[in-house]
Structures are given as C-alpha cells and as structure tokens.
Design a binder for this molecule. Sequence first.
Ligand code: UD1
Ligand code: MG
Length: 450
Amino acid sequence: MIEPSSLAIILAAGKGTRMRSALPKVLHKLAGAPMLAYVLKAVGEAGIGQSCLVVAPCMEAVGAAAHAIDPTLRVFVQADQLGTADAVKAAREALDGFAGPVLVLYGDTPLLRADTLQGVIGALGEGADLVVIGFQASDPTGYGRLLLDQSGELVGIREERDASHEERNITLCNSGIMAFGSAKVLLDLLVRIGNDNAKGEFYLTDAVALAHAAGFQARMVRAEGPEVLGVNSRAELAEAEAALQQRLRAKVMEGGATLTAPETVFLSHDTRIGKDVVIEPNVVFGPGVAIDDGATIRAFCHIEGASIGAGAVVGPFARLRPGAQLAPNAHIGNFVEIKQAEIGDGAKVNHLTYIGDASVGAGANVGAGTITCNYDGFAKHRTEIGAGAFIGSNTSLVAPVKIGDGAYIGSGSVIAKDVPADALALTRAPQEERLGWAARVRERRTRDQK
Ligand code: UD1
Ligand code: MG
C-alpha cells in the first residue's frame, strides 16, 4: 500500500567541495538530466505526497530546476552548511503539524528506485519508527557504517572520519536515505543531535543511536548495487553515469530494440526507441530523441532533439541536431548534418551534406555535397525542397529559396532564386574546351627541363 500523505525532504545544500565545480553538485547531469531530477522522479513514482528541497543560499538555480520538474515542491534555505541534521531543521516549517511519515533523501543519490522507497514506507507501516536504507559495499570508503548489535538490530551509524579501525572494516553502509514514522519522531530526535564529532557537524545519522537509546524501533531496509551510489566526486559521477547507462540500455533492449554493442551506445534519460530498431555500435543520443519502429541507426552517429520515422536509415557517421524530423523511410547517410529540418517520406540525403532550417519533400534526392546556406551572418533563412526534386551534387542553396516539386538542379549550381516545379536550373559556367592544349603544354615543359 502506498502511503499518500508522506513527506520527502531532499537535501541539496551541501557545498559539494569534492566535485571542484562552480555548478551545484545536484545539477551535474547524468544521461542529460540533472541528478536532482532522478531523485524527484523516484519520489513521485513512489507516491510520496509532498516534497521539499533544502538548498544553500545562492543556489536559486537548484530551486528553479526543481520547480520546473515539480511546481508544488517547497524550497527551504539552510543558512550555513552545518551538516545533514541541520539541513533537515531548515525544513522545519514543513514538519510542524505534519502527521504522516517523513523520508529524508540526499540529492546526490540519484539512482535510487521508487520501489525501494515504497519498501521503506512499507517498513514504517509495519511499525518501525526509523528506517535506514543500508547496503553491502565492496568499497565502503566515504560512507557511514551501520552498527548492528549481537542480535542484528540497528543501533547506530558511524561516519568514516569518526570510526575506529574495527568500525572501518564494516562493509554494511548507510545509503543516506532515512525515514521516520512521523514528523514528531524526527523532531524529537533532531533536537538531541549534537556536533561533537570529527567534522564538527550535526549529523542526521546520529538519529539512529538516539532512537535506539530512546526505545524507538530502528530498522534497516537493504538495497543492492549502484542504486545507493552517493556522488561526491567526478569519478563517482562517471560511475553513476555508467550504471545509469546500463539501466537505460537494458530498458531499450527489453522494449524490442537491437543494440549490437550496447556498451558503446549512450542514451539520454528520455530517449524513446521503438520495436525492431537496430542501433549499431558507437552511437550517442542527446536529450529529446524519439525513434519509431524498424528504423536503423548505423555506427558512429550523434543524435539529439530529433525524431526518426519508422524504417528510416541514419548513418554511418551522421549528425542529427535539434529539430531534425525524419519521415518514415528517409535515408540520411555518411557525413550528413541535419538541423531544424523536415525530411520527407523516402527522401534521400546520403552523402556529405548540410541541411539546416529546411524542408525536403517526399521522395526528393539530395546529392552529395549539397549545402543549404541558411545563415547570412545576421539571421537564419529557410530552404524548401519540393517532393520528388533532384538536387545535383555540390549544390549551394542560398536561403531563402524554394525548389519546386520535381525540379532538377544541375550539379555544382549556386541557387539563389526560386525554381519552379519540374524545371531544370543550373548556374554552372559554360564548359570551354581547347583541343590539344594539354599535350602542347606538356611537350613544352618537358623540353624546358632538359
Ligand atoms: C552522507 C552520510 C553517510 C552516507 C552517505 C551516503 C551524513 C552525516 N553522512 O555522507 O552516512 O553513507 O551520505 O551517500 O549524513 N547536505 C546539506 N547540508 C549540509 C550538509 C549536507 O544539505 O549541511 C546535503 C548534501 O547536499 C548532500 C547530502 O546532504 O545531498 C549528503 O551530504 P554529503 O556531504 O554528500 O555527505 P556524505 O559525506 O556523502
Ligand atoms: Mg554524499
């Protein structure tokens, strides 16, 4: 059963010193979306009714990013970064008078799953006053260690800096996610947390030992693998990215797509891929890509903000930029760049071409080396290529310009005026021939060299 009236407090005010970045830690991206977005998504999917976010002063960008995802979210400012317990206190206004369970999540633990959060809410429903998500770490460095008594009951959490040599050998760690049966239990514990520790901070993790001493029931819920990875450094960001990519690839394959070499395909949080799509090795998807059934993405493509129709073929070595819209069965070949352009049903743009701010009609053929000259140094202009038109190789289309349906452009042309339907247009200089010229020159130069 999902408890509808629970509250999530997401902590994101930490300095993130170990990232060595001007950007607040939780805005660093994973698969194209800020870390914080994943936490908010899990909270939403777990059916947690209300959320609030704790940020530091001058972190307006974090509040704004969170509001864009969840407009009902309340943002609190923690004046000084005195530790995780102090951060929770910053959201006190949300706790006062709140009757339901409270979950505290860290904005730097982005891979957490909604069903794990539901497990935590379930444990509270069974009578626990405090629940901690714990995990078995292969390398526990940096994490708080969970202290269990003889009977296996959770009695405390020891931060690494404060741990004895023996305690450091413990591999059962704190994920950072803690939940409290009610706001009252949390407030009760919060006021008792001190800062007598190696960092001189108010640790939320001290709530566990205090709860145990006060006779509250503290429980651990286990989570596995990368779900609980806390991102504190660039190396951990890369680790989280790798784990997330694996998750995204598995989902795409479950959905019926073939990834020839999955480990070389990089997806975005929102990449939508249909059935029987084949993705060859070394393809990168930026945000905003949708691919319909049966399309093929050949090796070494970079695709963002693009939609690809059923049965279309893209690449190898193609770049689709935002606003590229490929109708079914369109073909985009090697060293072709498409931006803000619609490519019609069955149209072919197969070699060494730039199509920007344009439309290409159904069945049109765009020859090798065609360039839409869309920018005059001040503004962008559109090129329209009609259905069934044929653009000869090495053509420059100087926008704004329209090529009518079925028109034919001679190779090497610079087209700056509209071309009517079914007409031939070419701007090539007439060909000149001088018979015997080459032979004469060759003979003279050879003679001069002797
Ligand atoms: C914390 C836990 C540790 C756990 C680990 C899991 C504490 C004391 N330690 O350590 O037991 O194993 O997470 O990843 O909780 N924050 C604030 N205000 C502050 C300090 C921190 O909002 O004053 C926020 C941070 O933005 C971050 C989260 O709290 O989202 C955790 O802080 P961080 O400094 O990353 O703690 P860890 O050292 O990772
Ligand atoms: Mg952390």
